[in-house]
Design a protein around this ligand. Structure first.
Ligand SMILES: Cc1cc2nc3c(=O)[nH]c(=O)nc-3n(C[C@H](O)[C@H](O)[C@H](O)COP(=O)(O)OP(=O)(O)OC[C@H]3O[C@@H](n4cnc5c(N)ncnc54)[C@H](O)[C@@H]3O)c2cc1C
Length: 399
């Protein structure tokens, strides 16, 4: 049996682990964070403070545990231009994850008012496709804390299937380095301990993966993007928006997306406001990949172009909120944050089109490999890339 170590269990790792264990590879998943119940994901946030604050979660299931359930296909043409065709994988995902917009019965008043006002101003909002089971979802506005009803898809579901197919999981175990011999990977180091395998697939996310690569002699960590976002919001009495399914509609304007969103940061900034009285819109941009990950720092600032896009998006968000009837004297913005780190071990720079590094049998299958900035939710595309890599490995090692 071919032995595989998968490092990390988020969008990329959970997918590769499931696909390869179901194809009878001997899979061990080594995960830095703990096993948790989905509802406890809020406790596992890890943030990096730079000019743009970067967020993710460290636990089994990785950052999929706290997504908003948004499910769009990103960078499809850019990957096609590189000879990477993901159509089959996207079709598989649509079926397995039941990607669809939620029914109107799960759309709240705040979202509806934002959609109607955006239309009046000439924008074309569409429902956000979601990986949320409408039969289980009871809107609470807390997708990003971890779903207490397990209505939202996370890779925990793929990990369960991987374990059923024979995969082993080691949690609370950070991988520190790759072990290689004569240009070929033979295992990983977790501090003093060593684990051996025929293949290693790094899926530790766009901050950790380049660090592991750098410690193993492969230069990585440049071109960090995060799809920088801010949330603009203000007072609209009695709207109770914070308990709706958030980001339940999408407006695209060139390199900017806007989506109904609430953040507790707004609450702290609007004097005398109550949570129930705030209506907000997220402005997310295709930022420039100007960031960098080093062993002990993450550097990400806003470039002039990023600031222009954020300003333009804020103006649109402000106009929509004003049209809805939000008290304009209360409008505030959160600081810039990023929830989609990627690009730090990009295709064409650190890995080839089959996601293999220059150390043979050492692959990367997480957001690090994106060669371009998505500017939109990347999970579906990460899963599609991980599925494509799994097919490549199955063909290569089973023939
Ligand atoms: C609040 C929030 C909401 C989001 N909502 C959406 C959304 O609605 N739709 C969408 O498409 N995207 C969303 N995203 C982004 C999405 O979750 C990430 O882009 C995606 O999960 C990244 O996948 P990944 O495999 O690269 O990394 P991750 O999913 O972060 O997985 C990396 C894994 O590696 C583990 N790890 C790290 N270091 C090590 C190590 N040294 N050894 C072993 N394991 C390690 C981590 O614990 C983690 O389990 C959201 C992100 C956030 C923060």
């Amino acid at each position: 049996m071919v032995k595989v170590i998968v490092v990390g269990s988020g969008a990329g790792g959970g997918t590769v682990a499931r696909e390869l264990s179901r194809a009878n590879f001997e899979v061990t998943i080594i995960e830095r964070g703990p096993f948790i119940k989905t509802k406890d994901a809020l406790k596992c946030y890890e943030t990096f403070n730079s000019d743009v604050e970067i967020m993710g979660t460290v636990c089994l299931g990785g950052t999929t545990m706290v997504t908003m359930g948004n499910a769009v296909r990103t960078c499809v043409d850019e990957f096609k231009n590189l000879g990477i065709f993901l159509d089959d994988e996207f079709r598989e995902i649509d079926e397995e994850l039941e990607v669809q917009p939620l029914p109107l019965s799960l759309q709240g008043n705040g979202t509806r008012m934002i959609v109607e006002s955006a239309q009046k101003l000439g924008f074309k909002p569409v429902p956000m496709p979601k990986i949320i089971d409408p039969r289980l979802c009871k809107p609470c506005g807390e997708c990003a804390f971890g779903c207490s009803r397990d209505a939202k898809w996370t890779t925990a579901q793929y990990l369960d299937e991987a374990v059923t197919a024979g995969a082993q999981i080691m949690d609370n175990t950070p991988v520190t380095e790759i072990i290689s011999e004569e240009g070929r990977v033979i295992g990983v180091k977790c501090g003093e301990k060593e684990y051996y395998a025929d293949l290693v697939i790094l899926c530790a996310g766009a901050i950790s993966t380049p660090r592991i690569l750098n410690r193993s002699g492969i230069k990585a960590g440049e071109n960090l993007f995060v799809d920088t976002f801010i949330t603009i919001g203000g007072k609209l009495e009695g709207i109770s928006f914070s308990q709706e399914v958030l980001m339940n509609a999408l407006i695209e304007v060139e390199d900017i997306i806007l989506s109904p969103h609430y953040s507790t940061i707004l609450l702290n900034k609007i004097e005398g406001a109550k949570k129930e009285d705030i209506l907000g819109i997220m402005v997310k941009i295709k930022d420039e990949p100007s960031g960098r990950v080093t062993e002990d720092s993450v550097i990400k600032y806003n470039t002039q172009k990023d600031v222009e896009l954020l300003s333009r998006g804020s103006a649109i968000a402000g106009a929509i909120l004003t049209e809805v009837g939000v008290d304009t004297s209360t409008l505030v913005s959160t600081h810039p944050r990023g929830a989609h780190p990627g690009g730090t071990a990009a295709i064409g720079k650190v890995v080839d089109n089959n996601l293999e590094t220059r150390i043979s049998n050492l692959y990367v299958a997480d957001a690090s490999v994106f060669p371009v900035v998505p500017g939109a939710p990347p999970v579906l595309t990460i899963i599609a890339l991980a599925k494509r890599l799994s097919k490549h490995i199955i063909t290569k090692y089973k023939s």
